[in-house]
Design a protein around this ligand. Structure first.
Ligand code: SIN
Length: 302
């Protein structure tokens, strides 16, 4: 645990990559004053993803720090073979059951305690299939494997700004439907029918280019590739356009990758950054607790 930050101290902020991400040192997130939080908020707007190492956070500490960014969003709908959040076998604070998402490959009595298992999670924006996706996600590493399970982030402002002019103009007026039926590892969520036809995708429809409500900068908003559909276009054109945008947005030059250590806390701006996760060896436990901050409906860029 870091020593408490004396009031008024400037935090040490070090960029982690050329495109996205910074580390903040010298702060204990369980005992944070308003002046330190104001610096964190500014750094977050500049770097989109922040990492804090060596944090000792209970679920309630995680929720308390998260609430500084806004009201908490409820946990997403779980896949069918994941233990229910209210199951007493889950080692989770009862007050956290509604708001702390467990991401883990650990099983108890043959039942997964959290989502995503040890699989790769494909590029996505958390809960983009909702009308009001979270503005932020905070992920805390409780148990991490010795290798694998790295999380990469990409900067969607840069993805938009570096598109060729014709594509930038074209996507401004278009929308996209974001598939709610499967999670980022491809597991079917409870209550959803299997579907492979993007024209029948169930999920929210959002602008392809959104304006960040705080920075007022435009960014690409792709959400998730599987079953995505641009309803203004015939299916084959929608597929071609989305393939082009995804190949552009996920280039290495817009990315930074977090290699987890136990007790790392990472927060990302879910409005202007996408993320993905590498798979890892299932013989090692990975237990992560995540909170989500309630967002607003994405604003179209005009
Ligand atoms: C997520 O997609 O929110 C999970 C990322 C991770 O497990 O590293």
């Amino acid at each position: 645990m870091s020593a408490p930050t004396p009031a008024g101290t400037a935090l040490k902020i070090t960029p982690l990559g050329d495109a996205i991400g910074a580390e903040i040192e010298g702060v204990d997130l369980a005992r944070l004053d308003d002046a330190a939080f104001a610096q964190i908020e500014r750094a977050w707007a500049d770097h989109l993803v922040l990492r804090f190492r060596r944090q000792q956070l209970s679920d309630l500490d995680l929720m308390r720090f998260s609430r500084r960014f806004g009201a908490l969003d409820r946990v997403p709908i779980r896949a069918s073979d994941v233990m229910d959040h209210t199951d007493p076998r889950l080692a989770i604070d009862p007050e956290a059951r509604e708001y702390v998402t467990i991401i883990s490959n650990v099983k108890v009595d043959g039942m997964a305690i959290g989502g995503l298992g040890n699989y790769e999670a494909h590029w996505h924006t958390d809960m983009s299939y909702n009308d009001t996706p979270p503005s932020a996600s905070l992920l805390y590493g409780i148990d991490v494997p010795p290798a694998g399970g790295d999380t990469s982030f990409c900067n969607m402002y840069l993805a938009y700004e570096t598109l060729d002019e014709a594509s930038r103009e074209r996507v401004r007026g278009l929308t996209c439907v974001h598939d709610a039926s499967r999670n980022s590892s491809g597991e079917l969520r409870r209550g959803f029918a299997d579907n492979d036809d993007p024209t029948h995708t169930v999920g929210a429809r959002h602008p392809l280019v959104r304006v960040h409500p705080v920075t007022e900068r435009p960014c690409l908003f792709l959400g998730r590739r599987r079953n995505a559909y641009v309803p203004e276009l015939p299916l084959d054109e929608s597929e071609r356009l989305l393939d082009h945008l995804w190949a552009h947005a996920t280039q290495q030059r817009f990315n930074w990758t977090q290699q987890w250590r136990q007790h790392d806390l990472v927060i990302w701006d879910n409005r202007c950054a996408m993320h993905r996760r590498d798979g890892f060896d299932d013989r090692h436990d990975r237990v992560m607790h995540r909170t989500q901050i309630r967002g607003t409906a994405p604003m179209r860029y005009v």
